[in-house]
Design a protein around this ligand. Structure first.
Ligand SMILES: *[C@@H]1O[C@H](CO)[C@@H](O)[C@H](O)[C@H]1NC(C)=O
Ligand SMILES: *[C@@H]1O[C@H](CO)[C@@H](O)[C@H](O)[C@H]1NC(C)=O
Length: 161
């Protein structure tokens, strides 16, 4: 039927778009980049492990009176903020994940890193993403829904999961 082939065509287009699109992730979702509550100090590593990052994706830090640093693994472990690879304190920082492998982020504000405002994020290599099957986390499902509209969304979900 015409409408069915139209749906399939739209799905095909959406997935073609998805395979080349880079994503922007909101660090910490609605919490933004803050000192975590003391009973839940792993929020950023939990957040990072729930998402699948690929080279070319961007992460977005939103914060007030704070800063973001990208540091080495040993500086991450020690919360050493004296010589970051990257520093921003604009309150609204976009960081592009330009290679695969781990990235280490800490807050540069005094005491914040040791209270848990830090994050390890792993960017998949091309091999990881090819062997990892098609599904690209909740982020791509959300995009698929936006691209396809309400009617196609259930199909998109059943296709992906
Ligand atoms: C942390 O404490 C707050 C307030 O006491 C509580 O609402 C929240 O559920 C706790 N979170 C965890 C992960 O225990
Ligand atoms: C942080 O790193 C610098 C350079 O490696 C070092 O000189 C300094 O002692 C370190 N600070 C802490 C608190 O470990």
């Amino acid at each position: 039927m015409a409408s069915n082939s139209m749906v399939l065509f739209l799905l095909f287009i959406s997935f073609s778009v998805l395979s080349v699109t880079s994503f922007e992730f909101q660090v910490g979702d609605t919490n933004g980049w803050v000192v975590p509550p003391s009973n839940d100090s792993k929020i950023y590593n939990d957040w990072a492990s729930e998402n699948r990052f690929q080279v070319g994706d961007t992460i977005h830090f939103k914060y007030k009176k704070d800063s973001v640093m990208e540091v080495t693994e040993s500086d991450y472990k020690k919360c050493n903020s004296t010589h970051p690879n990257f520093f921003s304190n604009t309150g609204d920082t976009l960081f592009k994940l330009d290679r695969s492998g781990p990235f280490y982020f800490i807050s540069g504000a005094s005491g914040h890193c040791s209270r848990g405002q830090k994050m390890i994020l792993k960017v998949m290599s091309d091999e990881d993403s090819q062997s990892g099957g098609g599904s690209r986390s909740s982020g791509s499902a959300a995009v698929a829904v936006m691209l396809c509209g309400g009617v196609v969304a259930p199909l998109a979900f059943s296709y992906m999961f």
